[in-house]
Design a binder for this molecule. Structure first.
Ligand code: 3PG
Ligand code: CO
Length: 539
């Protein structure tokens, strides 16, 4: 990309531009079910009265998802924030590649079919739900049908249970139809079954190296056949519900399906393995475990010689995994690319759980620095707990570090993510959600004066909703809602420099993709012409 051109009539300001992403904090209906409304938030309440306050669409087509029935998520949200345009995202790309047949025309699918032809088993590992955040069960069904059509005789599914992007205890709504489908396909000499699984937060789907033991547990269940034995996946889920009435899907222990005492589908030399999650953050670690010759993260005990493919490429910098079925969205010319080309110093920070959101997702699913001379990325280590236990998370530590950077005065563009409203929102514990939102509010109360003192500008927004709906009501009963919402998110721009007179532009619709151009403007540049328009203009 080329250097950005300076904005005419812009008066240079002394302080930084600080972008705050309040992960999972949307604008929902007033009421006790809304954790943002219910929390005590004097700072946010004041910000919502600001002159430059607006709301942004953060779901569906505004972030490249198939339809407006799709809630937003952190990947698509941060992609849009960091790249200033709307890209067709994984969920839709895979749908299209399946219906057009592109999935089956490449070299990777050919390898999978060949493996089946030489008596290998084809394994599918992934999240079994229709959350459409990491995966979609309808895509798995199409892959299974294609296996049957290609004459593959033996297929095994390693089913990760969701309960986080969908209802907390909905596993059987997916597992039963999956078992049914596999049974129906198991004719004419075919043998298709679920072989293992487990709750996504304790099995396989760790992210950003927060806790490799999660991946190890998955490896042991899927590859080695170690875990609690059951005769079927639905029996596993039913048993877990029965033994502990508070158990929800995302935390269920790893399980292995056995016949007698023998696991029905360990992963062996000569097999093929497909990870059918399209989103990368939680698929990278298990992919590395299969792909890497030398591997220190845990003891694999046995590394089968398999053909491993992701349904997509998960990291465009590190090229993880080595093989994949569908090209990922090409998210190029990001704000980070432009700012580096223009010599702007920057700083990005969050705690582990969202660290990659502010770096990898923000930079278009590339994990490295763009220009290490100009950028600094910092990670505060997250606790390894379910975050209802510590709803304040590391918000204060993140704030400390940001204030340090503001005071040091060397970084022109600072971006940070407070994970609280999202990570606690996913636990479904109302009191904890309120405390999470209050923790963010308290930190903003410390952050704002620091930006003011430096004479900077702060932009406060979110990537999608979550805490803004903690439950829905049906027949007088509260049904916990742990997933993201379809609500818009706030966007507040508070200019403490007073150097320039910014006003909101008239736009038919405002969405997350309008933020990058806005940041260009606040930094004194003309936004790239192909970016979605800025939310502001100079008066
Ligand atoms: C997760 O991975 O935790 C959820 O599926 C989505 O949450 P995020 O999009 O907010 O990271
Ligand atoms: Co979330």
């Amino acid at each position: 990309v080329t250097q950005l051109s300076p904005l005419e009539n812009y008066k240079v300001i002394s302080g930084p531009i600080v972008m705050v992403v309040m992960d999972g904090l949307g604008l929902g209906e007033d009421g006790e079910q809304n954790g943002v409304y219910a929390a005590h938030t004097p700072t946010l309440d004041g910000l919502f009265q600001e002159k430059l306050f607006t709301s942004l669409k953060a779901h569906g087509t505004a972030v490249g998802l198939p339809s407006d029935a799709d809630m937003g998520n952190s990947e698509v949200g941060h992609n849009a924030l960091g790249a200033g345009r709307i890209f067709v995202q994984g969920a839709k790309l895979i749908d299209e590649a399946l219906s057009r047949g592109d999935v089956f025309s490449g070299a990777a699918w050919q390898k999978i079919v060949e493996c089946g032809e030489s008596a290998g088993t084809v394994h599918f590992i992934g999240l079994v739900s229709d959350g459409n955040v990491h995966s979609n069960i309808s895509q798995l069904f199409q892959l299974l049908d294609a296996c049957a059509e290609a004459g593959i005789e033996r297929v095994r599914v390693h089913a990760l249970l969701d309960g986080r992007d969908v209802a907390q205890k909905s596993a059987l709504d997916y597992i039963r139809p999956l078992e049914e489908r596999l049974r129906a396909l198991s004719v004419s000499g075919r043998d298709y079954r679920i072989a293992s699984g487990g709750g996504r937060m304790v099995t396989t789907m760790d992210r950003y190296k927060a806790d490799w033991s999660v991946v190890e547990r998955g490896w042991r269940a899927h590859v080695l056949g170690e875990g609690r034995f059951f005769s079927s996946a639905s029996e596993a889920v039913e048993t877990f519900y029965r033994e502990d009435s508070t158990m929800t899907d995302q935390y269920m222990a790893a399980f292995v399906v056995v016949e007698g005492e023998t696991p029905v589908g360990t992963i062996e030399d000569g097999d093929a393995v497909v990870c059918f999650n399209f989103r990368g953050d939680r698929a990278i670690e298990i992919s590395r475990a299969f792909d890497e010759e030398v591997f220190q993260e845990f003891d694999r005990v046995r590394r089968p010689d398999v053909f491993y493919a992701g349904i997509m490429e998960y990291d465009g910098d590190a090229h993880i995994p080595r093989n994949y079925l569908v090209e990922p969205p090409l998210i190029d010319a990001t704000l980070g690319d432009y700012l580096c080309a223009s010599g702007v110093t920057s700083y990005a920070i969050s705690e582990t759980q969202k660290f990659g959101h502010m770096t990898y997702f923000w930079n278009g699913n590339k994990s490295g620095y763009i220009d290490e001379g100009l950028e600094l990325y910092e990670e505060v280590l997250s606790d390894r707990v379910t975050f209802d236990q510590r709803p304040w998370m590391k918000a204060a530590e993140i704030t400390d570090k940001v204030i340090e950077q503001i005071e040091a005065g060397e970084r022109k563009f600072i971006r940070l993510n407070y994970p609280n409203a999202d990570m606690v929102g996913h636990t479904g514990v109302p009191l904890a959600v309120e405390i999470a939102v209050e923790a963010v509010d308290l930190c903003l109360a410390r952050l704002l004066p620091a930006v003011e003192k430096a004479g900077g500008i702060v932009v406060i927004s979110a990537d999608h909703g979550n805490a803004d709906c903690m439950w829905t009501e049906k027949g007088g009963k509260r049904l916990p809602m742990v997933a993201h919402t379809l609500n818009p998110v706030p966007c507040i721009i508070k200019d403490f420099s007073g150097q320039n007179d910014f006003v909101l532009t008239d736009l038919a619709e405002r969405g997350l993709a309008n933020v990058a151009a806005t940041l260009c403007l606040l930094l004194g540049f003309n936004p790239p012409t192909d970016y979605e328009p800025s939310l502001l203009k100079l008066k």
